[in-house]
Write a protein that binds this ligand. Structure first.
Ligand code: FE2
Length: 350
């Protein structure tokens, strides 16, 4: 198989004493990537009404406001020292602008720039408020990516408990996107050092990847891809301290005019073991409240395989996800959409 960076080997998953003899489309992890991505950092979303979005993110979910400007709102969660993990920018259409990753140093930013240039992918350095030098580029599907090292720092709010509201969201956890080619996206980010923790594939003799969960920071994922028309943003996953915060926000949303914004859950995922609730903001952007996954730092951690036909993959308790969850997402501005190369369908509730 040939990937964007050259020949790709096939990785055979090893049980303690038995080599599984089925070749899978899974690659060996890259422990010396061309530059060091620390974690998923932020998303920038276009919303049509900043005041309405503020009501949802700040007054309901409990986000802290780091900066409020005529055309933008910069939000962070209670644990975050970085200035923002969600940027809401006033726009005509409810689109996603970019997804952001923090790298480990300015030198990593230089190395990232050289790497993307070598692959003939775009490299620009837009001036962005509240953060340092930022490389704006795109991945193999055209999905916009920002890499940066420095960001303005906010006051430490973790132990200002009286200021914690709503779901008491702690931090950004991950970003989940639709891709028209899961294998191509997986290959691309594996080269950048993202490591596979769990994956869904078809049950064919020649299995195909349908979804992948990839991490840099040491839990189940920083970035996940699901098969579908794309590239599109599926959701931003945000961490709560525990499942009770998620149950509490269900009660809050159900009694404060946001009942229809609750799309799926609460429940426990099979994949990642996390407790979850999916909500839609007033512009339809999806947010997953997420907690209680597990540590993945061991270099010999073997990725877990799930069958696309296993209902416990989606929800450990067995109930499938709604159709909207599989079909709807946020387009990236001006990025052409492609239909998925894989036609396999998951189990859908309604
Ligand atoms: Fe998620």
């Amino acid at each position: 198989m040939e990937g964007p960076g050259g020949t790709i080997g096939t990785w055979y998953i090893m049980a303690p004493s038995i080599a599984i003899d089925t070749a899978m489309p899974i690659r060996k992890p890259v422990f010396d990537p061309p530059f060091n991505v620390v974690r998923a950092s932020h998303v920038e979303l276009a919303v049509r009404d900043l005041s309405r979005a503020r009501g949802f993110y700040v007054d309901c979910l409990g986000y802290l406001v780091s900066a409020e400007e005529p055309d933008a709102l910069y939000l962070r969660a209670v644990e975050e020292r970085n200035h923002h993990s969600i940027v809401l920018r006033k726009g005509k259409a409810p689109e996603a602008h970019t997804i952001g990753f923090k790298v480990a140093s300015e030198e990593d930013l230089d190395r990232a720039t050289a790497w993307f240039k070598r692959r003939n992918l775009p490299t620009a350095f837009p001036e962005l408020p509240h953060q340092g030098r930022t490389l704006r580029t795109a991945d193999v599907t055209g999905m916009p990516l920002d890499f940066y090292f420095r960001m303005d720092q906010g006051e430490r709010m973790l132990q200002r408990y009286a200021a914690h509201r709503g779901a008491r969201i702690q931090r950004i956890d991950h970003i989940n996107c639709f891709t028209p080619d899961v294998q191509a996206s997986y290959d691309f980010y594996t080269e950048l050092g993202f490591r596979l923790t769990e994956y869904t594939e078809t049950d064919d003799v020649d299995p195909k990847l349908w979804a992948v969960w990839l991490h840099r920071k040491g839990n189940v994922h920083d970035l996940a891809f699901t098969n579908g028309r794309g590239p599109r943003l599926h959701h931003i996953g945000v961490w709560t301290a525990g499942p009770l915060d998620i149950l509490h926000i269900c009660d809050v949303m159900a009694t404060s005019g946001y009942l229809a914004n609750m799309e799926r859950g609460p429940g426990r995922h099979g994949i990642s073991n996390a407790f979850f609730l999916y909500v839609r903001d007033p512009d339809g952007h999806r947010v997953e409240l997420f907690t209680s996954d597990y540590l993945t730092v061991d270099p010999d951690l073997e990725p877990l395989r799930w069958s696309l036909t296993d209902p416990q993959r989606q929800t450990l308790w067995g109930h499938p996800a709604p159709k909207s969850w599989f079909e709807q997402g946020s387009d990236f501005s001006s990025v052409p959409l492609r239909e998925p190369v894989l036609e396999a369908r998951p189990i859908v509730a309604r």
